[in-house]
Design a protein around this ligand. Sequence first.
Ligand code: BG6
Length: 477
Amino acid sequence: QKLNNFDMVIFGATGDLAMRKLLPCLYQAHAAGLLHPKGRILCVSRSQMDTAQFLAKVQSDSKIHVKKNFTDALWQNFIQRIEYLTVDVTQPAHFEDLSQAVKARTETDNVIIYLSTAPKFFAPACENLAKVGLNADNVRIVLEKPLGTDLYSSQQINTDVAKYFKENQVYRIDHYLGKESLQNLLPLRFGNVFFEQVWNKDFIQSVQITIAEQLGVEERGEFYDITGALRDMVQNHIMQMLCFVAMEQPKSLNADDVRDEKLKVVAALKPMTSADVDKNVIRAQYTQTAEQKGYLQEHNVPTDSKTETYVAIRAELDTPRWVGVPFYLRTGKRLASRTAEIVLNFKAQDNGLFGANANRLVISLQPDETIVAKLFVKQVGSGLDVQPAEMVLDMGKVSDERRAEAYELLLREVIDGRLNLFNRRDELEKAWEWVMPILDNWANSSVKPYGYIASSWGPKEAQDLLARDGNAWLEDQ
Ligand code: BG6
């Protein structure tokens, strides 16, 4: 079970992600006894401080995010793995110190560089790492999202990184790939006889993919307003969910075989013209209520912002398996509940005995990890009339093993050098290619986003989008 020995260098170590996720998740792996005893974490950032000062910051800003399995002894033991070094990514001289530090104590040749910085620092960081040899074959580089803001900037980042690192050294993070219920779609579909035969246009009427959040934009107004839901969630997280539900069986479970199949899904998404965008994409913003602020009232959001906090899309895949099946994709902030789920609505079957009954499969990634099949069963009493019932598989009850957070699982994969749960360049750029007409349409449009009441299920127009096809979102079914 134990992972390989490693040296992990975290750039942007004083930042939010490192404090809230990376260090707490590494702690969890440590507490579970998974980290190699000699594995160490070299935290770097621009701030001038020494290891003691950095650890004081970790104590105040990161420890509070360790919500489980905390003991003082384990924590003390964990932080001994951490060292701090001041590195300004734009200063080549600082990389000499970094290289010294990596070489000085290292007893492994498994070096991981985690760039938890703004993407504008990726290129100088990679160039300076290469100058001191920290791009050799034993080095892996982890890139945190957002990887660009459109196709062109994403290509630029990938091209810059590729000057110094080979593709199989690059680990592009999408934390949804760390969610086990998403990964579980592979064994569910291809490791059972139940599903695969009916997992296609002949039996499935429509597919819905939802990531709903209850929170608003919180303190991230500045970032969010130049980002919006399409870039923040659809181009990446929703796209990954789509890939797993729609892909063909991969030749093997090797990273590239799986990623080849995912790429084919994204490439098969029907491109949209601007008229298609008008018809098939709904963008909206949450509006003010007596209890809650609207998006335009949030801190650091311009009062005339057109940035979407909600998007719903009717997409189609041009593959023999899926042709003609609508895929409804949606995500939003300040919605009625926190949910990430995939819904397969099966076609109603009527063989003349029990009426037209439509089965449904709901695969939930959160808040609970469940798979729920809607079946039709005999009503209690005389006769053979049927009624709907649910068959529930609660993934939380399948095993007593500790379930790790997405980031921990991903960090463990990086340490052991498995690329399966990371995006390849071509997948990511294809996804950008598909969303570009939507971004372009919005950029050129003077039409304002629709409004939706905070804590509702989104705008009425998103219901209409499905009603047009005679369909309804899960909560309205
Ligand atoms: C991040 C987005 O990638 O995913 C956030 O930037 C969003 O805006 C988050 O809140 C959602 O992740 P999860 O795992 O809570 O669904």
